[in-house]
Every structure is written in structure tokens, then in C-alpha cells.
Design a protein around this ligand. Structure first.
Ligand code: ATP
Ligand code: MG
Length: 319
């Protein structure tokens, strides 16, 4: 889709290590439209956070080779020099990480940190930054925002700290927010509240969101579209309802069966085996060694093929 706000095309990521080259991301392609909410799901180690870090320019390019294209509103992200990233990261693309307690700097007050983000992002006066900081904490429903501005991170509960991070991500009105497992360090009720808050505020401001999560329940409530990752590739993508109703890839099917059901009987099923070794991954579909339906055709790379409107799957069985 050429009119997409973000277009990621055939991104490969290789990490050079002592023992050899780990080919982790293999041909990742997806697009995000302005204001859209996309979830990226997949089991631990499948490359979700690395994909986020590619989009935020947060990888050590001396050790890591990245090829492909990531175009964000006309900017070629993979070709950006470190200095040019300053105009993008935190301004046009913001991030929210998993653990609020490590994402904030312990030696500065919340007010100092929030004002720094605002002044760097918008070049406004101190007084203007003060006003925006207070208004933003009110927008994320922090009671007594003046007290929170004067507080140090250790004085805040996890839930309050997470709200501060959401405030920091939104305050410069980014076009895109990348949220990597936001709030998984929090208890579930607080996590739910902060996700709802993020949903409302990003919708009000028209910001697109890439939400990275393990939690398919969260996806259903938060996102309109899903990319399912396995072993460094997107194996299926489509609308949330479509994927839940008609999962086409055996990995997606297994992932959905692994969701605990509150009402159903019995335990969720696990998925046998483990994620591929990126030093010598299997050829073709990387799910092949674990796939109950694998056939010979799966030993070569599988393109994403349309199986329904906006629903694509990369599977030897779908070809
Ligand atoms: N900076 C890095 N340098 C080298 N290898 C890395 C780096 N970050 C991650 N990896 C490796 O890349 C693979 C994918 O990691 P990634 O963190 O993207 O997974 P993930 O899908 O986010 O998993 P989780 O759900 O556990 O957060 C893992 O095998 C990991 O060990
Ligand atoms: Mg991760």
C-alpha cells in the first residue's frame, strides 16, 4: 500500500556474533495507515521487540545488519543518520515500553523529564512546557498532577508511572506510537485501565498505534488489525475479527488454542517444540518443524497470499 503512513517492506535483520550470523527477521512486511491500531502478536523470541527497535532506530548498526525498506510518511527510516533520528524519535514516532520503573530516569523529577521531552520536541519556552506538562498529566487522569510533577519516579506506583509514560509518549503529538507490551509489569486491572486510556487518547489525537503483546484478549479489545509473527516472519495478517474467526496459519490456530478460556473447561493447549534457532533456522517456513500439517512445499519460502479481503497468510498449505 503506497499511501500507508508506515510501510515496512521485506526487512531482514542479521546479528553478527562470535559463533556466526543470526538471521532473525526474515522478510518482515506490513503497513500501518494513519490513525490505525495494529497489534503484533507471537510467542516469546519471535522478533516483535526487534521489529519495534528497527522502527525506532534503537539498534547497534555496527553489529546488526538490516536490509529492506521502512518508509514513514516519506522518510526512509532505515537510511536515517543518528542525528536525524532526533527529529523523529519521541516527536513523530513515540514509544511506550513494558516496565515503567526502568523507563523513567530515577534521578530527575517527573516534571523535569516531561518538560525536557516537551522542550526537545517542540522548542517551546519553559513556561509553555510547564503548562503543557500539567495539562498532559490531567489528560492521562492523574489525580493531583502538580504533586506528581514534583515527585521522583520511585515515589509513584506502577500504575501512575505507566500513565506518566503514556503522557510522555503523547505530549509531542506523534503520528505513530509503538507500545511494546505496555503495562505487562503491572497488575491486570491497572494494565486494563492504562490500555483503555491509551485507546481513548490515541483515538482523540488521531495517532496510529503498533501494540506489541502476547495477550490475544488485549488485542481483541484494542486493535483493528493483527500481524502474527513466528520465527522472525509475519505468517498471517488481517482484521482482528477475521483472524479470530478464521485463523488460516497452523501457528495462528495453535496460538488461539493456547489462549486460556475463562468459561470453557480444561487447560489451554500448549504448542510443542520451541522457536527456531536463528543461527541455523529451518529453510522455508520456520514453523515447519513444529507444524502438524507441514508438507514438502513448506521447505521453500512462503509468500503472504490473500485468503480473504485484507487477510493474508504465508503457508504452504494455502498456496
Ligand atoms: N540487541 C540484540 N542483539 C542480538 N540479538 C537480539 C537482540 N535483541 C533480541 N535478540 C534476539 O532476537 C530474537 C528475537 O528477540 P525479540 O526481543 O525481538 O523477541 P520478542 O518477540 O520481543 O520476545 P518477547 O515476547 O519475549 O519480548 C531472540 O532470539 C533474541 O535473543
Ligand atoms: Mg519483546
Amino acid at each position: 500500500m503506497s499511501d500507508a503512513m508506515l510501510s515496512v517492506e521485506d526487512v531482514h535483520l542479521r546479528v553478527r556474533r562470535f559463533e556466526g550470523v543470526h538471521h532473525i527477521l526474515k522478510g518482515v512486511s506490513f503497513a500501518v495507515q494513519a490513525g490505525e491500531r495494529l497489534a503484533i502478536v507471537g510467542e516469546s523470541g519471535c522478533g516483535k521487540s526487534l521489529t519495534a527497535r528497527v522502527l525506532l532506530g534503537l539498534l547497534d548498526r555496527k553489529r546488526i545488519d538490516i536490509s529492506g525498506v521502512a518508509r514513514f510518511n516519506g522518510t526512509d527510516l532505515l537510511g536515517l543518520a543518528p542525528a536525524a533520528w532526533r527529529g523523529v524519535r519521541g516527536r513523530r514516532i513515540a514509544m511506550i515500553f513494558q516496565d515503567p520503573s526502568t523507563a523513567l530516569n530515577p534521578v530527575f523529577t517527573i516534571g523535569d523529564q516531561l518538560r525536557t521531552v516537551i522542550r526537545r520536541g517542540q522548542g517551546v519556552t519553559r513556561a509553555e512546557a510547564d503548562g503543557q506538562a500539567l495539562a498532559m498529566l490531567e489528560a492521562v487522569a492523574i489525580p493531583d498532577p502538580a504533586r506528581v510533577l514534583a515527585a521522583y519516579p520511585f515515589q509513584l506506583s506502577g500504575g501512575l508511572a505507566q500513565r506518566v509514560l503514556i503522557a510522555m509518549a503523547l505530549v509531542n503529538r506523534p503520528e505513530l506510537i509503538v507500545a511494546d507490551e505496555p503495562g505487562t509489569a503491572l497488575d491486570v486491572t491497572v494494565q486494563e485501565q492504562t490500555l483503555r486510556l491509551m485507546h481513548r487518547l490515541t483515538a482523540e489525537r488521531g495517532a496510529a498505534v503498533i501494540l506489541i503483546t502476547h495477550n490475544l484478549g488485549v488485542v481483541r479489545r484494542f486493535a483493528a488489525r493483527i500481524c502474527v509473527m513466528y520465527g522472525g516472519s509475519i505468517v498471517e495478517q488481517g482484521g482482528v475479527d477475521d483472524i479470530f474467526a478464521r485463523p488460516a496459519h497452523p501457528y495462528t490456530q495453535a496460538l488461539l488454542r493456547a489462549v486460556p478460556r475463562l468459561t470453557g473447561a480444561g487447560l489451554p493447549e500448549g504448542i510443542d517444540g520451541s522457536v527456531p534457532d536463528y543461527l541455523s533456522p529451518p529453510s522455508g517456513c520456520r514453523f515447519r518443524p513444529r507444524c502438524p500439517r507441514a508438507i514438502d512445499a513448506c521447505a521453500v519460502d512462503q509468500p503472504l497470499l490473500e485468503v480473504g479481503p485484507g487477510h493474508q497468510v504465508a503457508c504452504g498449505r494455502a498456496a
